[in-house]
Design a binder for this molecule. Sequence first.
Ligand code: ARG
Length: 575
Amino acid sequence: MKILINQVLEVLNKNIEKTFNIEIDSNDIQNSTKKEFGDFQSNFAMKNAKALGDNPRNIANKLIENFDGEDIIEKIELAGPGFLNIFVKDSILNEDIKKMTKENIEYNIDSSKIVAIDYSSPNIAKRMHVGHLRSTIIGDALKKIYQELGFKVYGDNHIGDWGTQFGKLIVAYNKWLDREKYEKDPIGELERLYVLFGTEAKKDPSLDDLAREELRKVQIGDEVNFALWKEFITYSMKEYNKVYDRLGIKFELINGESFYNEMMPDVLEDITKKGIAKLDDGALVVFFDENESNLPPCIVRKKDGSFLYSTSDLATVRYRKRDLGVGIGIYVVDERQTGHFKQVFEISRLMGGDYDYDKIHTAFGIMRFGDGAIFSSRGGNVIHLIDLLDEAKSEVLKVIEEKNPELTKEEKEEIAEVVGVGAIKYFDLSQNRTSPIMFTWDKVLAFEGNTGPYFQYTYVRIQSLKRKAKEMGIELNENIDVLTKNSIASERELVATMLKYPSAVIKAYETNKPNVIADYIYDLAKQFNSYYNNEKILANEDKEQILNKLALCDKVGEVLKKGLSLLGINTVDKM
Ligand code: ARG
């Protein structure tokens, strides 16, 4: 279906062309900020006053005089210095809302570029930290938003599976491994070994030489060390997959840093040929002196010949365009890496060719923990993510036991999982991505306010309304008009809000901020709940009216579900 705002725009433009004898191929119209201003507003008259040689109010009046709203626009009014307030017909609202929950939405966005979303990306042999959790949740939502708009998207988990830590780990593994612990909690044991190596190497610096030697053996493909390195990856991925499974996260690609290893010499050759790097005390360095970016120098090859994080990211940049055809690269990585990405993007721009395409670092703020939310025993922001999910689930379970004890044990478990995981995701996604956030269980699990459980509860309300209707012998008819001559203002407003869903998706895409969708569904849910609290939907003399209202409620449920699904959040029918 064509989205309503675009249908209105077409009619408006036809009228403009007819009245002023000019050709228009696009024009500004916006969702109205207040309902008195109609459904949409346009500042066409003001913007074109000069070109048309008249004052805006006259222009607007001329347009209104001859206006043909077709089947779409009910009326158009002049406001203030020359604004146009546009009111759409109820019949088009009825038609569009039926289509919106059934057909694909034509967003009219150019989605021809292939997108790579780089997210999650934990470092092997280390537990994911909260930054990785945020990246995972935000990245997955962005992926779904781009896909909804018709983009082909590669979700790419750029795991940190290469680097000097592996030499150290192998030394420690050979010397101090506790096999039993390793089998039970592989990442926990690898973390312990890594820390232990640090303390031991302080006492005995020869361990560092040993680590370098073990690392070199990995790099040249020594059978034993290579197998160990692979094992660290497999064991770590198994742990990460537990988190991904709980969160319902899937990746199209898992191309870690090591994947780019053999491409790095080529990249350095490209950089050298391009003449943007200089040798500086044996290291190869890109200086940004003659460049407006004012960035600090970026080393791309160390004195000892080894590569860096930036080198591997440059190889990644090139691979994604050259081999995958990517035209938009999105990096969902916490704000502490802003400097790194600025350097990588600027070097890519200077390089041109396979390095040059749209790249966005969708940085996000740090999440802090308050009111007893789990910390690891070692402090910092390293929490055990699985524990966080378990805790959310068990808290929700308590509420369900209380509210709905007659559900079966399996039902309760299933609901608690969906609602608990959804609560954590929603908490993250409802925040403006760029601000720091404080995690408190209160804010995550409340059933009132802008929280995951509030939406679950709203959705369930609608489903139980449908069940109740059925018990009364009233079967939902999805194809009935939701608005009739009997409809009240709040019903029309609900429909108008639902039809703004596509605008929210587009804005979320334009800003790369999933919280735009969260804000939208929060508005819709609030509106719905106040309607629901004021209107007796099933207690109506007129059975026809019950059907209209029931269909309206059902559509609200559908739009909520759609919005939540873009945030990677599932819904339940009962709770
Ligand atoms: N592994 C990195 C870290 O945990 C994040 C990688 C982000 N992606 C990238 N292409 N650099 O800090």
